[in-house]
Design a protein. Sequence first.
Length: 141
Amino acid sequence: MAEPDKPGTRWRRGACHCRAVQFEVRAPEQVEVEDCNCSICRRTGFLHLIVPLSDFRLLSGEDALTSYRFNTGAANHTFCRVCGVKAFYTPRSNPDGVSVNARCFDDGEAPELLVTPFDGVNWEANAASLAHKTAQPISQP
Ligand SMILES: [Zn+2]
């Protein structure tokens, strides 16, 4: 099914390190991403680009994905079982979306990243601020 175009955005490719897991995400030229300090994100250096499912496609590697859950178990931390890289996962804040690791874009594919600190240590108090980032280009009102 053809996806409707969104003005100012394009599909951008990324992958895990061994390239078993390849994806593309529809994003504008400039996006806000969260640098989270929670127990898992600070260890992995994950930069969150949170998008709705309609802006994400898994191109390959479904069979290479395994997952890790902890605490409430709400987040499904998918990662490549070959190379260990977590290229994207299903976040607790947006179970109907995907959080893409903005560090996993291929060369020349990454949008400009506006990195915002996110206090994931106090997740309950802050989660409401985590919304999908590609619904509109940031430059639009
Ligand atoms: Zn891999």
